[in-house]
Every structure is written in C-alpha cells, then in structure tokens.
Design a protein around this ligand. Sequence first.
Ligand code: THU
Length: 167
Amino acid sequence: MTTFMKIRMRETQIIVPIQVFAFEELSQEDRELIDIAKAMTETSYSPYSHFQVGAALRLRDGQIFRGSNQENAAYPSGLCAERTAFFAASANAPEVPPVAIAIAAQTGGQFLEDLVAPCGNCRQALLEAEARFKQPIRVLLYGTKNVYVVPSIRDLLPLTFDGSALP
Ligand code: THU
C-alpha cells in the first residue's frame, strides 16, 4: 500500500535573462565575434554529423580564440567548437579571463535560422572559467533570424556545480 506524506510544498523558479537582437543592432565588437564564429564553421571536421559549428571566444585583453567541432570515428573522442576554443585559450593565455563567446552553426550549406546552444558539457567547461576568474562570460547565440544574448554561462546552467562545493 502506498503511503502519501503530506509535505508543505514551496515552488521556486529560475528565470534566464535573454536579450534578442537583430544582428545589425549589436555592437561592432559583438558583430565581429559572431562573424568569426560563422567563419570558423568552415574549419569544422564533421564527416559524421555534417553539423558544422564555429565558436569565437574573446578574452579581456582583446585576444580572440577560435574553435570548430572536431569529430572522430570513435564518436566520444571528438570535441565541440566551444571547448576547442576555450581549451586553446586556457592553454595559451591561462591568466586572461574570457569575457564573451559567440557560437554559430550551419548544416547543408545553411546557417541555422534559430540559435545553436552550447551542450551541457561545454556549459560546465566554461563555467569553470567564470568561477575561476569571477567574471561572467556573455554568450552570443547566432541564428539567421535573431541573435540571443545571455549575460553569463551561469544563467545557462542554473543550480551549478563548481569547485566551491568541494572540500
Ligand atoms: N556541437 C558543437 O560543436 N557545439 C554545440 O553547441 C552543439 C554540438 C557539435 C558536436 C558534434 O560534432 C556535432 O555538433 C553534432 O552534435
């Protein structure tokens, strides 16, 4: 027999702030970052998914690191565009905080109409940089219709797990 416990429920909600822009409404800096992410889709190695993703990560000192998805016949050995860019930045400019990342994707010769959003692993990887440098990373998600701008990775990954939970 099932026993139901009467518990007092409280509900809470997490709201994700997202700004929606037409490409032309963005600042020159943001447009530049998106243009690089779009160009980087051309360097994607994606013979399995045919889904070409490009990423561009701007650091606080103005450097921009680039990435594209790199697939492998052993599927899990591949890497997303965002982490390719972020790990390159972290390896080559380890002390400089990232401040913004732009992501674009195309398939079948067309950029996606709607945004492409980073996968959970990429969000977690980038969260490490936000936590480490105590600096939000703005996320620019490109679609041909609109560009979605999220103020931080933390906003995209609510109830985060980071190093502060570890002893
Ligand atoms: N991919 C990325 O590079 N970034 C994303 O945000 C989503 C997915 C890649 C992984 C794989 O090579 C292909 O897109 C299909 O999942």
